[in-house]
Design a protein around this ligand. Structure first.
Ligand code: FE2
Length: 366
């Protein structure tokens, strides 16, 4: 089902000096993030016309010889920059099946040298294709920057919606490992259609807030097209209620011209569950040969911020649900291991790792 009751927030209302407009935005956001875990956003600076050339540029990268794409592959940086091949990442929440997609990561934000020294794999330098794909880098950084600006404004509205100081969330993201991703969901062949292959398995995002500017389907002939059938696209699962203990499965029917903003796990934790990280999935079409491009910008908390319910939400249930407190950066490392992008050995960094020094000293005694 599609749900027309998911609220729309206008960023101009958030920035307005008119108290009624601000109130309108806060009320809509409280309902949207509290009930659905996402909101539709107008008043942003992301133009649909700019998305098309960006997606076309990424499609020409995906069509490059695999050697050129592999040159942009950064497994040692846990795929946090450059090209991620198909069947690399898995979702945690469901069955753990690898997703049927290729993607690319780059950050539009200035790189914080201090955090980069502490968390090198979360803050690699951007990597770009060689030879350059015309327009790709420029369109990419522009899109990421515009989505990030929208995210900052929404985080102010989110704080107001919960009667918190309005910089509650924005001051926690300064220097965060924000990253923009573009994805190419791969076409299925006739034998794969209906076989259970998912473009994106049901999951929740592990960051603070995700901004989605909208996807684009491509026909088997490579033409930008409307979606080929009713089953393909973005679906989300609403909060469990006594009436719907499994939540309700709702199609993301985004109003024309709107972005989508989704609550991530970090925002759920800080708010003690007042705002909900929404499970979502991307289903593949029931017809062969169709692909879909989409992109997302992930706003992260700064890595040394503590992830634990904020004081006003720290009731016994929230403490039980979200304890122990952890740093956002160590939370990211754990999650990247869970989804198959970082090696398990990365977890060794989360405790003391110089026990071998004692062994070396003892052996020197002999
Ligand atoms: Fe997601």
């Amino acid at each position: 089902m599609s749900d027309p009751s998911i609220p729309v927030v206008c960023l101009n209302d958030v920035s307005s000096h008119d108290e009624a407009a601000r109130m309108r935005a806060s009320t809509a956001l409280r309902e949207a993030f509290g009930t659905y875990g996402l909101v539709y956003v107008t008043g942003h600076k992301v133009s649909r016309d700019a998305l098309r050339p960006f997606y076309d540029a990424f499609r020409s990268f995906v069509a490059k010889p695999v050697e050129q794409k592999t040159a942009c592959r950064r497994a040692s940086d846990w795929y946090q920059r450059g090209w991620t091949p198909a069947n690399t990442e898995t979702a945690v929440a469901a069955g753990g099946q690898p997703d049927f997609k290729e993607c690319y990561f780059a950050s539009p934000s200035p790189r914080d040298a201090s955090y980069a020294a502490q968390y090198p794999e979360l803050y690699p330098e951007n990597v770009w294709p060689e030879p350059p794909v015309p327009g790709f880098k420029e369109e990419y950084l522009q899109l990421g920057t515009s989505l990030h600006e929208a995210g900052l404004t929404l985080l102010i509205a989110a704080a107001r919606a919960l009667d918190l100081p309005e910089d509650t969330f924005t001051r926690r993201i300064a220097g965060g490992a924000h990253v923009t991703r573009v994805l190419d969901y791969l076409p299925l062949d006739a034998s794969q259609v209906g076989s259970g292959i998912l473009w994106g398995e049901e999951h929740t995002d592990f960051n603070l807030l995700t901004l989605l500017p909208g996807g684009q389907f491509y026909s088997p002939e490579g033409e930008p097209s409307a979606r080929p059938d009713d089953q393909s696209g973005l679906y989300l699962r609403t909060r469990a209620t006594p009436e719907f203990p499994q939540g309700r499965r709702v199609r993301g029917a985004v109003p024309e011209g709107c972005l989508v903003a989704q609550v991530g796990q970090q925002l759920e934790i800080l708010t003690g569950g007042r705002f909900l990280a929404t499970p979502h999935e991307v289903t593949a079409p029931g017809v062969p040969g169709w692909s879909r491009l989409s992109s997302a910008h992930f706003v992260h908390m700064a890595p040394n911020e503590v992830l634990f319910p904020l004081e006003p939400f720290r009731d016994p249930d929230a403490v039980a649900a979200y304890a122990p407190p952890v740093l956002a950066g160590t939370y990211a490392i754990k999650t990247l291991v869970d989804i198959g992008l970082a090696p398990r050995a990365a977890l060794d960094k989360l405790g003391y790792r110089h026990y071998d020094r004692l062994d070396a000293m003892k052996s020197a005694e002999r």
